[in-house]
Design a protein around this ligand. Structure first.
Ligand SMILES: [Mn+2]
Length: 436
């Protein structure tokens, strides 16, 4: 018996519905540009945020009544049962999980391995019974005090080795569970002060760690993607994978750009001072968009508030890029959000997820409308039309040198006339897309 057992399965009732526990926009079989919403979104419930967090924070203790709260095997089992009862009723196909969010506490690596395998077995049977799949697995390399100075970037190689063992266990568990990706979060791979930090050595060590994971993935035949999640800071003052560009530079520098992709998070983009669509566009430009953590931050807070998305219009620019790209290979939209501390009722977890999923569905429908009416694509196409002409192609195809091009510019007496960027028209198209 779990606290979610008395809830019925969440159904689609349509935009006119005022039922709290029903989808208003997410109709999983509804076709968007020829594919069902379910397949575009590949939604995942975040095990850690939804079931392992009970409202504790710096200024206060746990507030959310969670009967499975505790660190022993019985609590881990009860949490697992509750998680699958919830996800099944929500009607979502995937979950994401970090080792420590699910398993009983283990004082040694040998016990860690055993406890992880115990919860893996329970998850495997729940997955078989429900059809729910694992989007990604991950090892938590930041919670324990041994990781206070980082895991792979720790000055002590024994900590690096401990982290390697934890990742090996979880990568292999993810593989056995049929997980579709393996995620490396930002952890504490960075520094609190540069005064005590050898930045160049730490980057080399981090690269060796990621390379070892890639090597092991191939050794065991894991077909999923290895994902790195950019985040600029928190908990460390500065984290090396601060944004998509920084991660890509790192991957290129160490020859990993073809082996590793990024998992982009809305709230981490906000913290990095970037728009979410910038991070998506950059990942697509470098061909490393693996997965997305969907949530929202608070533009007035400088920390990771991990709230459920509620504003569809904010997500439309990124969703247009996402749809144009053809969607995910192995990633999905992981609902990376937490309740607020006063949301005590088990129904609150349903309502939060329903609102977040409906918001994504509205953004998806709006992006489809924007793509179908073609005005935004035409605006962009017209703006760059010159590059399809004779001069543009001469430059991009490398058929002219700098001095040769200068001669052309002088001989033709070039005096290019400024043209409107039509930003307001573009913004009005996005605004109109969510008006319905
Ligand atoms: Mn976050």
């Amino acid at each position: 018996m779990t606290i979610f057992d008395n809830f019925a399965g969440v159904r689609f009732e349509g935009p006119e519905s005022r039922t709290a526990l029903a989808y208003k926009a997410y109709d999983q079989d509804h076709l968007v540009l020829g594919g069902p919403m379910r397949d575009w979104l590949r939604l995942a419930v975040c095990y850690g945020h939804s079931f392992d967090w009970s409202g504790e924070e710096t200024f206060g203790a746990a507030t959310l009544p969670r009967p499975w709260q505790g660190s022993d095997q019985a609590c881990a089992d009860a949490k697992c049962d509750a998680a699958f009862a919830f996800i099944a009723r929500l009607g979502v196909s995937y979950f994401t999980v970090q080792d420590l969010d699910a398993m009983a506490e283990a004082p040694s690596l040998a016990e860690h391995d055993a406890n992880l395998k115990r919860i893996e077995a329970r998850m495997a049977s729940k997955m078989a019974e429900s059809g729910i799949k694992l989007l990604w697995g991950s090892a938590n390399l930041s919670r324990h005090p041994r990781y206070m100075a980082g895991a792979a970037t720790n000055p002590d190689p024994e900590v690096f080795a401990y982290a390697a063992a934890q990742v090996r266990f979880m990568l292999e568990a993810t593989h056995r569970l049929g997980g579709e990706n393996y995620l490396l979060s930002g952890y504490r791979e960075g520094y609190d002060t540069l005064l005590n930090t050898d930045l160049a050595a730490e980057l080399d060590h981090l690269a060796r760690f990621v390379s070892m994971i890639v090597e092991h993935k191939h050794k065991i035949g894991f077909k999923g993607a290895i994902l790195i999640e950019p985040k600029p800071f928190e908990p460390a003052k500065c984290q090396y994978g601060r944004d998509v560009s920084a991660v890509h530079t790192f991957l290129q520098r160490y020859g990993l750009a073809k082996e590793v992709q990024v998992s982009v998070e809305v709230n981490h983009a906000t913290l990095a001072g970037m728009d979410f669509e910038h991070e998506v566009a950059t990942a697509l430009a470098y061909n490393i968009l693996g997965s997305i953590d969907i949530n929202r931050g608070d533009p007035r807070n400088g920390w990771d508030t991990d709230q459920f998305a509620v504003n569809a219009q904010d997500l439309v620019p990124a969703m247009v890029l996402f749809l144009e790209s053809g969607g995910f290979m192995s990633g999905g939209f992981n609902i990376d959000a937490r309740l607020r501390r006063q949301s005590l009722d088990p129904a609150d977890l349903f309502i939060a997820h329903i609102a977040g999923i409906d918001t994504l569905a509205r953004a998806l429908l709006a992006a489809e409308a924007v793509i179908k009416e073609r005005r935004l694509a035409a605006l962009r196409h017209d703006r760059y039309a010159g590059w399809n002409g004779e001069l543009g192609r001469t430059i991009t195809e490398g058929r002219v040198t700098l001095d040769g091009l200068a001669d052309i510019a002088v001989k033709r007496g070039l005096d290019p006339a400024p043209v409107s960027g039509r930003q307001e028209l573009a913004e009005s198209i996005i605004a109109a897309s969510t008006a319905g």
